[in-house]
Ligand binder design. Structure first.
Ligand code: URA
Length: 195
């Protein structure tokens, strides 16, 4: 992955192709991940892709707790070194081990969590989308939410228009969590354009 990435995507563990090549998300799920990242104009080279476990458990099964626990320090160190602005946990395994909770994906989506102070968005695993294409739209919404967090870190208030973000500068005296009316934001941006 890109060591200066602002977005870090975390999956479950390598599949057969990934184990052979030593690269994450290079199979069918990887192609879909490229499309998902395309929705926010984020080429794969600009992000860091990691997994909860670093080798594929036999028969592609879900990692067991001791396997995940064994690999987690490596992932924690990867996150600490890359220091991304936002984390995208893809699938239940990533969400469960990063957040230390056992809750359904439905429960964990649509809110911004924190991992070591870094905003963390939970979404479906790309392999799950291959099985259930109905989850594509919600996944695209989730990556846009992750993108919005990244933009907010740069001092912008992203406003969604026709599925694309418009960037409005946030007044500097606002804290991260404070919301501001769109009309006020527009006035503030117009005033700074005129200044
Ligand atoms: N699925 C994952 O969770 N990770 C990969 O790297 C590939 C497929």
């Amino acid at each position: 992955g890109n060591p200066t990435a602002r977005l870090m995507c975390i999956g479950e563990g390598p599949g057969a192709t990934e184990d052979e090549t030593g690269r994450p998300f290079v199979g069918a799920a990887g192609q879909l991940l490229d499309q998902i990242l395309g929705a926010i104009d984020c080429p794969r080279e600009s992000v860091f892709i990691a997994n909860i476990v670093k080798c594929r458990p036999p028969q592609n099964r879900k990692p067991l707790p001791d396997e995940a626990t064994m690999c987690l320090p490596y992932l924690h160190r990867q996150i600490a070194l890359v220091r991304p602005t936002v984390l995208l946990a893809m699938g239940g395994t990533a969400a469960e081990w990063l957040l230390g909770v056992k809750r359904s994906l439905g429960d964990l989506r649509n809110q911004v969590h924190r991992y070591a102070g870094i905003p963390l968005v939970v979404t479906y695993h790309p392999a799950a989308l291959l099985r259930n294409p109905n989850w594509k739209k919600p996944t695209w919404d989730d990556v846009r939410a992750a993108e919005a967090k990244q933009l907010a870190a740069d001092g912008y208030e992203p406003v969604l228009k026709h599925s694309r973000w418009c960037l409005l500068k946030r007044p500097e005296n606002l804290t991260d969590n404070q919301t501001v009316k769109l009309s006020e934001l527009l006035k503030y941006n117009l005033r700074s354009l005129r200044a």
